[in-house]
Design a protein around this ligand. Sequence first.
Ligand code: ZN
Length: 203
Amino acid sequence: MAILEIVKDPAEVLRKKARPVTKINASVRKLLDDMTETMYAAPGVGLAAPQVGVSKRIIVVDPQDGSGQLYQLINPEIVKAEGWVEGTEGCLSIPGMIGDVWRYEKVQVVALDRTGKKVWIDAEGYLARIFQHEIDHLDGILYTDKCSNLRPVPEGEEEAEEARAAQAAEASADAGVSAEAEGQKAAAVSAGGEGAEPPAKEE
Ligand code: ZN
């Protein structure tokens, strides 16, 4: 395996519609493994092939939520979606920034696995958010196209940006599932992190 270079915005490849994979061979499986190693090294919770300069419909995702689940998906598609929730996201191709994005709360993803077998994945909350972010990459869409409150990662926390954004997203997404009030609390927590209004004022 090898760690690949992550392409940064505004690279052209990030704006192209990626091509479907027509044949799953050893080179596709090597790309999946290299992308996985690159994602863990970053560290990140997801990576799409255009982010390593390959315009193919391939993503890897590991929510790192303790489930130990790694997804290596070829030609992923969202076939069902419901709910609507806002959460914080960052992107390895846009270092140093985070923003708030509305996403479906639940999605069903259909894809091929590394052996070419068709798989259906039901995801909700944080995992559903990551799938939507990564599949957007395959269509040349970046989260900054649809986010609000795009802001720098708070000073001194640059290295932890992906994990930070991920945790904020998780908090918001989980809270959004249960109640609007919880969502506001989560929003306050992430706002507090950037030195804005203290969360206590929201209560
Ligand atoms: Zn991204």
